[in-house]
Design a protein around this ligand. Structure first.
Ligand code: SF4
Length: 331
């Protein structure tokens, strides 16, 4: 059986399976652009289970694109607190302002031009909101397709996603939104990224070449992983008369422009008397922060920092989850 023919046969099997097996998720069953867009941005690099509650709370706070466009950036970041990758929230806010001015984009190209929207997200929104035949190819889709077709393409090479998008486009059914979500669902529930795939309950079990050849483990073919860079940081939770010091990060790079507990330059003891100390590790995609945190009774109200009470910090500042281990010191 040729590649295209195999893929064509896989489409109805997948749709049939999806209709029976899909999860009930808060962003499903709608063609509302705003709701689909917010969900797709939140789901970038974040697991479905982690997104659900944030999504509902976010929509409660910003029920329309106008409400989001009119909010302060600080409010949007606060609603995003804990989801990570904050540039997504900034871009969502920027895009909401553009949409308020020009209306929702109606084409793949228009959606792709919004800040924070890449090929995958544009494809997903176009398929789900407008039923357009625009494939959305991410690592999950590459995994299930390379297994189905026993395809040796190195999925880390640039061009791999486009190659599979071209292939998928040729078999896209008229139920574009369902098909797009069904591919994601199979990758999330059955042909999963970690652990052995559940071939016995897979709708493609009689069709999947990797399984028929007994070579499921061989796919997807990937380039060897780059080791993460390790950075050591000394984190200061400085307390002075019931207020705590915060500093704003540089506008560029990791956690750009967000507030954090100050990073020490030099010994922690030079800032005051140390009350407690603990270590924490936070893992980003390419970097690991190995942090040593100090709770310190500061000897003065150092002017280079912004000082706030614990209640004000909880209410107004979106402290990245990298600092979670030290937040318990705020009282
Ligand atoms: S049969 Fe197994 S390996 Fe093939 S797509 Fe299904 S779950 Fe994945």
């Amino acid at each position: 059986m040729q590649k295209l023919e195999r893929l064509q046969s896989a489409v109805p099997l997948l749709l049939e399976w999806y209709r029976v097996s899909k999860r009930t998720l808060p962003w499903r069953g709608t063609h509302d652009f705003y709701r689909i867009w917010v969900s797709e941005i939140m789901l970038q690099q974040t697991r479905v289970e982690a997104v659900k509650d944030y999504y509902l709370r976010f929509l409660q706070k910003f029920p329309t694109v106008e409400a989001l466009a009119s909010a302060d950036e600080g409010e949007v970041l606060k609603a995003w607190e804990g989801l990570g990758y904050y540039s997504r929230a900034r871009n969502l806010h920027k895009a909401a302002k553009l949409i308020r001015e020009h209306g929702f984009p109606k084409t793949y190209e228009g959606i792709r031009a919004l800040p924070g929207v890449g090929d995958y997200t544009a494809g997903a929104i176009a398929s789900i909101a407008y039923e357009l035949p625009c494939p959305a190819v991410d690592g999950n889709v590459l995994r299930i397709l390379t297994r189905l077709l026993a395809d040796d393409t190195n999925i880390d090479l640039s061009g791999a996603k486009e190659q599979f998008a071209v292939l998928l486009k040729q078999v896209y059914p008229k139920e574009a939104g369902e098909f797009c979500q069904a591919l994601m669902e199979l990758g999330a529930l059955v042909c999963t990224p970690s652990g052995p795939p559940q071939c016995l309950v897979c709708p493609w079990r009689e069709l999947c070449l990797a399984r028929l050849n007994g070579e499921v483990d061989r796919y997807p073919v990937r380039a060897p992983k780059r080791a993460r860079k390790i950075e050591e940081h000394t984190v200061l939770v400085l307390r002075y008369q019931g207020e705590y010091a915060l500093q704003k990060r540089e506008k560029k790079g990791l956690l750009a422009g967000l507030w954090q507990f100050p990073f020490a330059e030099g010994e922690a003891e030079t800032y005051g008397s140390v009350l407690e100390c603990k270590s924490a590790v936070h893992i980003f995609t390419h970097v690991e922060w190995h942090m040593t945190g100090f709770l310190i009774e500061a000897k003065e109200k150092f002017p280079q920092y912004t000082w706030e009470t614990a209640a004000e910090i909880a209410e107004k500042y979106a402290l990245p989850s990298a600092f979670k281990a030290f937040k318990g010191w705020l009282t």
